[in-house]
Design a protein around this ligand. Structure first.
Ligand code: GDP
Ligand code: MG
Length: 177
């Protein structure tokens, strides 16, 4: 969804999806507040955070939605996906399980989201190289087969977090023109 706001040229809704524990909330807090939390705690109350970015002459507000733990019960509602202009599907490179879930998340966003919504696949926790269970080549192949961009991030080290969101925003902007 892209809405026009008086103060902003555009407001863009983005959604974070993926299994519990992969690092969605930390990617969000890193991107919007430059914060990282080593304790895993379920997001309570807060549904989204925003960040203002400047692209060329345009000032845009990104509104990024995070699950409040519903993903644990696979109880995501239509409202979560409604109007999303793009999605980050996140897995943990140290969890084959979380990678195996990607297909289901893709199916869900394609069912509930707008058709052709840009999606970036994110392999998080790449700082934990020694615990890696998902080879880069496997993730890249999957991304390629499903026409997604793939990027590896570390919310802990603040590596590529900016780029992951930037990738998605660029895809969204390109899809307008
Ligand atoms: P969510 O359930 O997907 O929202 O995941 P959280 O953001 O709550 O993170 C789950 C756990 O993984 C927490 O203990 C985080 O500190 C940890 N975590 C998140 N991102 C990273 C990362 O990039 N590297 C490492 N080593 N741990 C991370
Ligand atoms: Mg969370």
């Amino acid at each position: 969804m892209v809405t026009i706001d008086e103060e902003f040229d555009m407001v863009i809704k983005l959604v974070l999806i993926g299994d519990t524990g992969v690092g969605k909330s930390n990617l969000l807090s890193r991107y919007t507040r430059d914060e990282f939390n080593s304790e895993s705690k379920t997001t309570i109350g807060v549904d989204f955070a925003t960040r203002t970015i400047q692209i060329g002459k345009k000032k845009m507000k990104t509104q990024i939605w995070d699950t409040a733990g519903q993903e644990r019960y696979r109880a995501m509602t239509n409202a979560y996906y409604r109007g999303a202009a793009g999605a980050l599907i996140v897995f943990d490179i140290c969890s084959l399980n979380s990678f195996d879930s990607i297909g289901r998340w893709l199916q869900e966003i394609r069912e509930y989201g707008d058709p052709g919504v840009p999606i970036v696949l994110v392999g998080n926790k790449f700082d934990l190289k020694h615990l890696r269970q998902v080879p880069i080549s496997t993730a890249e192949l999957f991304a390629h087969e499903n026409s997604l961009k793939y990027i590896e991030t570390s919310a802990l080290l603040n590596s590529n977090v900016e780029s992951a969101f930037q990738f998605l925003i660029t895809e969204i902007i390109n899809s307008f023109s």
